[in-house]
Design a protein around this ligand. Structure first.
Ligand SMILES: NC(=O)c1ccc[n+]([C@@H]2O[C@H](COP(=O)([O-])OP(=O)(O)OC[C@H]3O[C@@H](n4cnc5c(N)ncnc54)[C@H](OP(=O)(O)O)[C@@H]3O)[C@@H](O)[C@H]2O)c1
Length: 316
C-alpha cells in the first residue's frame, strides 16, 4: 500500500500498532499479537502503521512480518530540537534493523514543536530515499503552516492525522492542501479509541480503564471537542444509520471516514478480538449513501466544536 496503491475502498484498512506499546495500552503477549496479526492477514489486510517510539512494536513486527508480503509505515518522532544528519541516519538504521528490512516502505516525520526549521532533516531523508533506504516520505500531525513549508523541502506522499466524526480539524484547511498536492490522508483514531462503537451506546458516563490509551488520549479528544454528552448523542445517530445498513456503529464510523475526500487509508488500532477484526475488515468494500454521509456530517457539526488546526491542543 504505497501511496500509489492507496485509495480503493475495498482495501483501506491499515492496522495501527501503537497498541503494541504497553506503556500506553494494556500489555499483550507476543503469541496473542502473532495470532491477531495472522487473523488480519488471513482476512486480506496487509498494511501496518508503527513508530520508532511505540515500545517494542517495530521489533515485534520485524519478527512477525519478515517472510510476508506486507507494508509497514513507520515514523521518526523528534520531540525536541532539530537532529543532526547523523542522528537522523541512526534513527533510520535502527528502524531498518528492528523491522528486519533493507528498505522502509514509508517514514512519517513528526515534530512536537511546530516552530522549528526542519529543512536539514528533510535533506537527509531525501538522501536516504536516493540510497534506497526509504521508499517514500510522509508526515504526521503537521499543521497547515508546517506542511506548506515541508513541501518546499521534500515530496510528501502521505499525512497521518486524527480524523473521526468527533475530530474533524483536518477539514478546516489541511484536507484542501493535501488534495491540492496529491498527499494521501492516513487517518488515525477513526473510532476515537473504541468509543465510537456499540460498546458505548447508551452509556451516560463511559467506564474508563486506567491501563488503556482510550482513557487519556481519546477522553482528551472528547473533552476538547464537546464532552461526553455530544458523543452520547452521536452514538444515537450512528446507531440509526447502522440499523438501516444492518451494520454496527463502528463499521459506519469507519466507512464515513473512508469516504471523506483525500483519505487513502483508515488506520484502526490492533485489537485481539477476532469479532472486532472481522467487523473492521467488513467496514470497507461498500459505501454509505451520500444522504447518510451528509446526515452524519451534519449531526457531527452540530455536536462537536473543532478547536484549531491539526494537533494544536495536543501541542499546548
Ligand atoms: N500519529 C499519531 O500521533 C497517532 C496517534 C494515535 C494513533 N496513531 C496510530 O493510529 C492507530 C489507530 O488509532 P487508535 O488505535 O489510537 O484509535 P482507534 O482505531 O480509533 O481505536 C482502536 C481501539 O478501538 C478498539 N476497537 C477496535 N475495533 C473495534 C470494534 N470493531 N469495535 C469496538 N472497539 C474496537 C480496540 O480496543 P479494544 O481491543 O480494547 O476493544 C482498539 O485498541 C494507532 O494504533 C497508531 O498506529 C497515530
Amino acid at each position: 500500500m504505497n501511496s500509489q496503491q492507496l485509495g480503493s475502498n475495498q482495501n483501506k484498512l491499515m492496522v495501527g500498532c501503537w497498541q503494541l506499546d504497553d506503556r500506553s495500552w494494556k500489555k499483550i503477549s507476543e503469541p496473542d499479537i502473532a495470532h491477531a496479526i495472522d487473523t488480519y492477514i488471513s482476512l486480506g489486510v496487509n498494511a501496518f502503521d508503527t513508530a520508532d517510539i511505540y515500545g517494542r512494536s517495530e521489533e515485534i513486527l520485524g519478527n512477525l512480518l519478515k517472510k510476508r508480503d506486507c507494508q509497514v509505515f513507520t515514523k521518526a518522532v523528534f520531540f525536541s530540537g532539530i537532529p543532526s544528519a547523523m542522528q537522523v541516519r541512526s534513527k533510520i538504521e535502527t528502524s531498518l534493523h528492528r523491522l528486519q528490512r533493507d528498505t522502509l516502505d514509508s517514514v512519517q516525520v513528526h515534530w512536537h514543536d511546530s516552530n522549528l526549521d526542519f529543512a536539514s532533516t528533510f535533506d537527509t531523508l531525501n538522501e536516504l530515499v536516493e540510497q534506497g533506504k526509504i521508499q517514500q516520505i510522509g508526515v504526521t500531525n503537521f499543521n497547515t503552516a508546517m506542511l506548506e513549508k515541508a513541501l518546499k523541502f521534500a515530496p510528501i506522499h502521505t499525512h497521518q492525522v486524527q480524523y473521526s466524526l468527533i475530530d474533524r480539524r483536518v477539514e478546516a484547511s489541511m484536507q484542501a492542501l493535501c488534495l491540492k498536492h496529491n498527499i494521501q490522508l492516513l487517518t488515525y483514531g477513526p473510532l476515537a479509541g473504541g468509543f465510537l462503537s456499540d460498546k458505548f451506546l447508551g452509556m451516560k458516563q463511559p467506564h474508563l480503564q486506567s491501563d488503556h490509551a482510550r482513557s487519556f488520549y481519546y477522553s482528551n479528544t472528547i473533552q476538547s471537542h464537546g464532552g461526553w454528552p455530544s458523543t452520547f448523542s452521536m452514538l444515537g445517530t450512528l446507531a440509526e444509520v447502522a440499523q438501516k445498513y444492518d451494520k454496527s456503529i463502528s463499521q459506519v464510523a469507519l466507512n464515513w471516514v473512508s469516504q471523506q475526500p483525500g483519505v487513502g487509508a483508515v488506520i484502526s488500532g490492533l485489537t485481539l478480538s477476532r469479532q472486532q477484526i472481522q467487523s473492521n475488515v467488513e467496514a470497507f468494500g461498500w459505501n454509505l449513501e451520500i444522504e447518510d454521509i451528509e446526515l452524519l456530517s451534519r449531526r457531527s457539526a452540530e455536536l462537536f466544536i473543532q478547536p484549531g488546526d491539526i494537533y494544536s491542543y495536543e501541542r499546548n
